[in-house]
Design a protein around this ligand. Sequence first.
Ligand code: MET
Ligand SMILES: [Zn+2]
Length: 767
Amino acid sequence: MVQSSVLGFPRIGANRELKKVTEAYWAGKVDKEELFKVGKELRAKNWKLQKDAGVDIIASNDFSYYDQVLDLSLAFNVIPARYTKYQLEPVDVLFAMGRGLQRKATETTPAVDVPACEMVKWFDSNYHYVRPTFSHTTEFKLNSSKAVDEYLEAKDLGVETRPVVVGPVSYLYLGKADKDSLDLEPITLLEKILPVYAELLSKLASAGATSVQIDEPVLVLDLPEKVQAAYKTAYEFLSKKEGLPKLILTTYFGDVRPNLDAIKNLPVAGFHFDFVRVPEQLDDAIASLSDDQTLSVGIINGRNIWKADFSKAITLVEKAIEKLGKDRVIVATSSSLLHTPVDLENETKLDAEIKDWFSFATQKLSEVVTIAKAVSGEDVKAQLEANEASVKSRSTSSITNDAAVEKRVGAIDEKLSTRAAPFPERLAEQKKEFNLPLFPTTTIGSFPQTKDIRINRNKFAKGQISAEEYETFINSEIEKVVRFQEQIGLDVLVHGEPERNDMVQYFGEQLKGYAFTTNGWVQSYGSRYVRPPIIVGDVSRPAPMSVKESVYAQSLTEKPMKGMLTGPVTCLRWSFPRDDVSQELQALQLGLALRDEVQDLEAAGINVIQVDEPAIREGLPLRAGKERSDYLKWAAQSFRVATSGVANKTQIHSHFCYSDLDPNHIKALDADVVSIEFSKKDDPKYISEFSDYPNHIGLGLFDIHSPRIPSTEEFIARIGEILKVYPAENFWVNPDCGLKTRGWEETKAQLTNMVAAAKHFREKYSK
Ligand code: MET
Ligand SMILES: [Zn+2]
């Protein structure tokens, strides 16, 4: 019998129980006991669900109150001194590291004020992990029994589990040196951390665990030789310890082939690879196994919501069985199911035809089991037939296929994706058109999303206020924002985006080819969950999406009003994409839909249009090479498809945030003006990378995540620094990103000081 295995299950609960209880705990509304009780219930429920579905290998230690990498940092005592000095309870140290902690002194406890640790994207997913921070004084020691406790907890419930732990090489490589130890290379700590790993594994073994899923996801990255070599050191060390559980070295999200030499012949019991993402690695993966090693075949997608195509999955698994035999092959999810929504059964509003194509975490459990049964020779005929019918219904449905869209995409050529004139000519015309001063000031689009806005949006959604009433409300918000910007003297204005719930969902809801869930939440970080819309078919734009608001805003002012759209790559990245066509095709379709919108805006008199692409960096393939260069090409092309149909005098802006951007990655977008998040970038080398960017740039001048108000002098000093390397004539003045999460009070002060600083330089340079 071929075994089935699930690498991890969403921890948030079918009804976001984890979010509710952690936020209540933070707010002081429930105590630790209640928090732990809900955590325990969630774990029990998830294990039982998997057991009842017939999954053979079920993970434990996949639960976390914040993040599994952070849990490990706590378990290994990788806790910077700034978090230990307050004598907080372990769970509060965890949250302090995850999200920062500011607490006034009480009679019995001192005041606490620590910022959060850095949080970064988990590979190319939308999950964020808390980055371990190492220093010369870090003393690894086993500090928590979480993994063992949770293993025993499951055992008590009658569920035998396989604990999951991030492996030593990945754990170190994903971390960074702390401020006080900048010369420290985390991987050099390997020998120090290995005994603690051995201790943890040995405790798991004593508790009864026979095998452990040891995650080494960095194996899908381009690794320096030193890191590749660390595998041998690490796993040979562990193999020499008596009485440890069997280790299944696990990778996901990519191609492990370039690192196969580093893990070939490692003394581990087996490997897990992701064959959803890279089916082509099967032969090499098999060839690298020694005779007694097993192969866990990741074949049910842990990153998407589509039903698997059983016949394809079975073919691949059978290929593995043919070479390795049934005993050495395990059928598995490609990664943890953490990245998928919990249960499709909760979706009551989805169109039945579409719903039949989906599979959320709970449904994926039976998918894994069915495939394992099928390749074991059990009778699953009914399931296979039902699956075949769903797959067929999807591939032939008119929701999936729109001949008109496909024809239009086929007709995209150089001309359609190139502006009429090169930048210098466009710039000359734009100068005449807008007559902007030197150091023009603008914002990124959104203004504070106040409680009032949210209340009215909800009322409208529930039918408690009419469309007219809602429009009147939105218009009054727009007017408020426009008047404010005029009053403080901004140059290029925005309407403030009060009508938008979310920058992708708002457009997705108006595009054909999209579907939405009511409860399809996925953890992004900590208690923040997102509910990505789903691209179900060929995308097009039936009617204008943003013209009304922009036109109304423009009618209130003589200054240029910037139209605001979300770009094709960001719409794609922040949705669940289709798996039956390429990402490139989906981006181009989105590009065409946005092109229609851009042209309608222009025709309606909006001559500055910003197309935001904050997600362009995170979409970058994990490895250098053809896939990456192809991505950069089609990402840029889809943006140009959206934006190149306008006249030379129409000024196209774009915006990037969230990650270190390489200016070379955005040149091909050919936007006239770009704004990027920059206020926390201090490295002069990084600033100078932007100095020969050919078009105009606004390097973000203040952090929109913080209510802190930089003084005019501080803005002047910062601009002065940048001007040492960056040409004044290309310089735009703006914040890091949109202001939707800020309050009005600080927004007013921040922007007022920013504008004053721009005026200072304007005067200085006009002399
Ligand atoms: C994450 S980028 C956000 C851009 C958007 N225009 C805003 O201002 O909110
Ligand atoms: Zn942004």
